[in-house]
Design a protein around this ligand. Structure first.
Ligand SMILES: Nc1ncnc2c1ncn2[C@@H]1O[C@H](COP(=O)(O)OP(=O)(O)OP(=O)(O)O)[C@@H](O)[C@H]1O
Ligand SMILES: [Mg+2]
Length: 266
């Protein structure tokens, strides 16, 4: 893999003096649509519910989903030359390019250098204040933004998201190999849309085929964080901008699991 990652991607960006962020976690997958944004949102909501101070950086500049999932429409607030993130209903700070656009459905048609600078500024120019956790919702793939986030931001770990489809597994392997190549620790793997529960008979159905998350985690020698079901409540709450109200937040307990995994590494 030597030579594939540009040398200049290795210099870490500096945070501003008004901000102090204890732990930075990126949620990544390689493949689109497997649930990175949902897992980012659930992880942030779960950590926040445990009493941690939490922020989310929406690094999916051209396909931002975080503001909609949390029902946040306010712009970033500029005061005394500082840029402050708006808060979600339960007090999570969020930053997304959608909070800068005049209309939420305006497309972002920017070349890679501008996209990368936006990510760097989301880190260096936003007054995050004191955070225990910053969760970074990554765009799909192992492209330019992923190189910037993995190379230039001081990540404490990556949560990888897969789904049971073969295609997702193959693409997630690429993301896992990229993290290894860039020396960013992988905290573990979440398998999303792992199964569905029939509302009539309560039986478990493996809609996308048998679960492979555990196997994949073993193959890469990383912890298997857990399997999340395909749950109509989750997609409905996301569409309504109310993901923090998910009734199974405590059951899946992503915040505690990931906080423990991180402590084990430190
Ligand atoms: N476990 C789940 N149960 C039900 N719906 C889900 C689940 N996970 C994700 N979804 C829905 O699937 C869609 C895609 O999920 P999400 O946006 O989290 O994926 P993503 O990997 O971030 O996609 P992208 O690659 O486009 O950023 C969303 O509409 C979301 O609400
Ligand atoms: Mg997404």
């Amino acid at each position: 893999m030597d030579g594939l990652i540009p040398e200049d991607s290795m210099e870490k960006e500096q945070l501003n003096t008004d901000s102090k962020i204890k732990n930075v976690i990126a949620v990544m997958s390689g493949k689109g649509g497997v649930g990175k944004s949902s897992v980012s949102a659930l992880l942030a909501a779960s950590l926040n519910k445990k009493g941690f101070k939490v922020g989310i950086m929406d690094a999916d500049i051209t396909g931002p989903s975080i503001p909609m999932m949390f029902g946040v429409n306010e712009s970033l607030v500029v005061r005394d030359d500082k840029i402050f993130p708006p808060l979600t209903k339960t007090g999570i700070k969020i930053v997304s390019v959608n909070l800068l656009l005049p209309n939420e459905d305006d497309p972002v048609i920017w070349r890679a250098p501008i996209l990368n600078n936006t990510i760097k500024q989301f880190w260096s120019d936003i007054t995050w204040g004191e955070l225990d956790y910053l969760v970074i919702d990554m765009p799909p793939g192992t492209g330019d933004i992923a190189i910037t986030v993995l190379g230039m931001l001081p990540l404490d770990g990556i949560v990888m998201v897969s789904s049971p489809q073969e295609l997702a597994q193959m693409v997630v392997r690429k993301a896992l190999k990229m993290s290894e190549a860039m020396n960013v620790p992988i905290l573990g793997l979440v398998e999303n849309m792992s199964y569905a529960i029939c509302p009539n008979c309560n039986e478990k159905h493996e809609v996308f085929g048998p679960s492979k998350g555990n196997e994949l985690a073993k193959a890469f020698d990383i912890p298997f964080i857990g399997a999340l079901p395909l749950d109509p409540e989750l997609s409905q709450l996301s569409d309504e901008g109310n993901i923090e109200a998910y009734s199974r937040l405590d059951e899946f307990n992503l915040g505690e699991i990931i906080d423990n995994l991180l402590k084990e590494r430190q």
